[in-house]
Design a protein around this ligand. Structure first.
Ligand code: G3P
Length: 221
């Protein structure tokens, strides 16, 4: 399972890419707003220059023709952009138009298998089930990821699943076990994934044992 960062924060994206584990980014209007009153185009271009893989950039229009026009503008900002479009009738119409032209669409705000099936039929390159937000309302968000992965695999569909609205490391594990192609995760969750107290204890013990016998000299002269 590939890992994307779900953020528009440049510092966090740079760090994730430096670690060699983050290959894409997903943004949305809320995440961009967290960075203050920025120039959307400039920010997206900067993100695209840092990260190798797709950078999901959301349209703001609700009408299909306007979504298509926005998408056509957004994809001129960088080569590695996927356009994020909500799972609505207008969104499906826009997706089918854009997909015919080979433009990658990430169909977002997906809360049901029906929406995911339609996204795939319309030609979306990615579909993003929102796990945490389903959990929030007492549903099993990860079961939706399982169902979508099974559906796409059974029918040999090319659409990839981005497990989104990930809230904690257990979500990451479950998304991987479910066969999600990608999980898009907050920066904090990425840091939690690597942290383990036994690793820290182990490093200290190795250093203490070495230093007792060898002194504090390292390997390099
Ligand atoms: O990319 C959008 C999605 O991940 C939102 O997450 O935490 O706002 O439900 P959240």
């Amino acid at each position: 399972m590939r890992l994307f960062l779900d953020t528009a924060n440049l510092e966090h994206i740079r760090h994730g890419v430096e670690l060699g584990v983050v290959t894409g980014v997903t943004t949305n209007p809320s995440l961009v707003s967290k960075e203050g009153k920025v120039d959307y185009r400039s920010l997206v271009k900067e993100i695209c220059a840092i990260v190798p893989g797709p950078v999901s950039t959301e349209v703001l229009s609700l009408d299909a023709d306007a979504m298509v026009a926005e998408a056509r503008e957004i994809i001129t900002w960088a080569e590695n952009i996927a356009v994020k479009i909500p799972a609505t009738p207008q969104g499906l119409k826009a997706t089918s138009i854009l997909a015919r032209d080979g433009i990658r669409v990430n169909m977002t705000l997906c809360f049901s298998l029906n929406q995911a099936m339609l996204a795939s039929e319309a030609g979306a390159a990615y579909v993003s089930p929102f796990v945490g937000r389903l959990d929030d309302i007492g549903e099993d968000g990860m079961q939706l990821v399982v169902d979508i992965v099974n559906y796409l695999s059974y029918y040999n569909r090319p659409t990839q699943v981005i497990a989104a609205s990930i809230r904690h490391t257990a979500h990451c594990l479950s998304a991987a076990k479910a066969g999600a192609h990608i999980a898009t995760i907050p920066y904090g969750v990425l840091l939690q994934m690597v942290a383990h107290p036994l690793t820290e204890i182990g490093i200290k013990r190795f250093a203490d044992d070495w230093n007792k016998v060898m002194g504090t000299a390292g390997i390099l002269p």
